[in-house]
Structures are given as structure tokens and as C-alpha cells.
Write a protein that binds this ligand. Structure first.
Ligand SMILES: Nc1ncnc2c1ncn2[C@@H]1O[C@H](COP(=O)(O)OP(=O)(O)OP(=O)(O)O)[C@@H](O)[C@H]1O
Ligand SMILES: [Mg+2]
Length: 251
């Protein structure tokens, strides 16, 4: 059975149909890439899955049960964690305290001693290689470290499904390769991952399967090597803006 099922989902903002009748599923253990030119509807799709915005039509199911219509914190507690395209750590807190915010969502930690929470937080800090930064104010982290923090906070929620929205954006090649390793490591721990990404090297290198959105619709789906050769996909990118093309290189 698929872990996540998105069925005929649509959402408009005024006159803009941001997501049009989109259907796909994500199986347990997969890393699935979600790509498409700017404004394709990728972040909106992620917002619909995590319940941040409501769907107009269709249905989203997680582990066989309908989640569309539920509140974001309820969906999070079912095991769906996410990062945001614009990283916004809680200011005035340490790195550890920021990661703790993720652990507080976990139903399995409610009523447990502080030591159990600390263990979860320590594990997430270790996993994302932030253990040596744990007691520093979050303001001291550079962009790459803030991306690691986003992932650590999401991991502290103990997710079954992790939604990543452009975690590679703004990073240099070395930082991208390091983060790719970490994403693979999280997947190796049994976390299923849906990743929105413009950095093609990263999304093609990580994904078992790639979904392509354009103008709100799903226009292609397949393994990375097939998707990069798909004329519809190439056209969607080149027809938009050449400098944001499919093969835009990382810095
Ligand atoms: N809250 C909102 N209110 C109005 N319009 C919105 C809202 N959110 C998204 N849109 C519109 O929906 C469309 C899809 O936007 P979305 O952010 O999902 O694209 P995206 O694929 O994530 O793009 P990018 O790659 O630039 O992040 C765009 O036309 C956008 O302007
Ligand atoms: Mg987006």
C-alpha cells in the first residue's frame, strides 16, 4: 500500500489554479522528487499535504486514512514533517531549543520524562551533524547549518514522511553533496522523503522517481534518467526562462 496518496487534488487562489487535478502516490521507503519551473505549484502541493492550506477538490490519504481536511498539527502528529522554502528558525533560542520544538509535537513523548525528550533531540542533532553547535544561539548558524537545523527539527518529530522544500537552495556544491549524503542517511533510517528541488544534480541524484509539475498540472512521472530526456519536461523548462533551465548548475 502507498504511504501517501494524492488523488485528483485541486486548489485555486482567486483566478490562479495553482494545483490542477493532481494524482500521485509515494510508497514507503522511496525518495520521490517533485520538480517544475517557478510557480508550477510545488510548494502549494506540499502545503496541501501538510494541511497548511485546504484543498478545493480531491482527497489526500496517509497510511490509508484521509488526512485532507485535518489541521496541520494533527497531520504532523500522524507522522508527516516538513521543512519550509524560507528557513525561519526561532530567534533568541539555541540550536538545541530549536530542535526541541520538533520533539514537542510527538504524541509518543507526551508525559514522558525530560530525559526521553533529550535523547530524541540529541539523536537528531547528531544525525544532522549539529551536535557541536547545540548550545549556540541559532543566529550564529550559516545558511547550510540552518538547513541542517530545519532537518534536525523535522527529524525530532519522528516522521514517517518528510517533505523537503528546496533545502539545497543557496548552498555551494560541497554543501549540496554533504546534504545529499544526509538525506540518504535519513532515508536509510526508514524515513520516506518527498523532495522539491531546483538543484537538478541533487534531485536527480537522490530520487528513485521524479514527478514534474507545470502550470499546476502533473506533466510527467518516472525515473530520473527518463525524466531528463522527456520532451514535455524539457519544453516546460525551456519555454519558461532559459536561465532557470533544467540544467541550471549549482554555484
Ligand atoms: N497563498 C497564495 N495566494 C495567492 N496565490 C498563491 C498563493 N500561494 C501560491 N500562489 C500562486 O500559485 C502558483 C503556484 O505557486 P507555488 O508557490 O506553489 O509554486 P512553486 O512551484 O513552489 O514555485 P517556486 O519554484 O518558485 O517555489 C503561483 O502562481 C503562485 O503565485
Ligand atoms: Mg516553491
Amino acid at each position: 500500500m502507498a504511504l501517501l496518496e494524492v488523488q485528483n487534488v485541486s486548489r485555486s487562489f482567486g483566478g490562479v489554479q495553482a494545483v490542477k487535478n493532481v494524482t500521485f502516490s509515494v510508497n514507503e521507503g522511496e525518495i520521490v522528487g517533485l520538480i517544475g519551473p517557478n510557480g508550477a505549484g510545488k510548494t502549494t502541493m506540499m502545503n496541501l499535504i501538510s494541511g497548511l492550506i485546504k484543498i478545493d477538490e480531491g482527497e489526500i490519504r496517509f497510511q490509508g486514512a484521509r488526512i485532507s481536511g485535518l489541521k496541520p498539527h494533527v497531520i504532523a502528529r500522524k507522522g508527516i514533517a516538513r521543512t519550509f522554502q524560507i528557513v525561519k528558525p526561532f530567534q533568541g533560542m539555541t540550536v538545541r531549543e530549536n530542535v526541541m520544538m520538533g520533539a514537542l509535537f510527538r504524541p509518543d513523548l507526551q508525559g514522558l520524562k525530560g530525559s526521553a525528550v533529550k535523547q530524541v533531540v540529541d539523536e537528531a542533532l547528531d544525525l544532522l551533524e549539529l551536535d557541536r553547535k547545540a548550545e549556540e544561539p541559532v543566529e550564529q548558524l550559516n545558511l547550510a547549518q540552518r538547513k541542517h537545523l530545519e532537518l534536525a527539527r523535522a527529524m525530532a518529530m519522528g516522521p514517517k514522511l518528510l517533505l523537503l522544500d528546496e533545502v539545497m537552495a543557496g548552498l555551494n556544491l560541497k554543501e549540496i553533496e554533504r546534504l545529499m549524503e544526509l538525506v540518504r542517511k535519513l532515508n536509510g533510517r526508514g524515513v520516506t522523503i518527498l523532495v522539491i528541488e531546483h538543484v537538478m544534480k541533487a534531485v536527480m541524484g537522490l530520487s528513485n522517481r521524479v514527478l514534474v509539475m507545470h502550470h499546476g498540472s502533473l506533466i510527467a512521472e518516472g525515473p530520473p534518467e527518463v525524466i531528463t530526456q522527456d520532451p514535455k519536461v524539457i519544453e516546460a523548462y525551456l519555454g519558461k526562462r532559459r536561465h532557470k533551465g533544467l540544467y541550471r548548475e549549482a554555484k
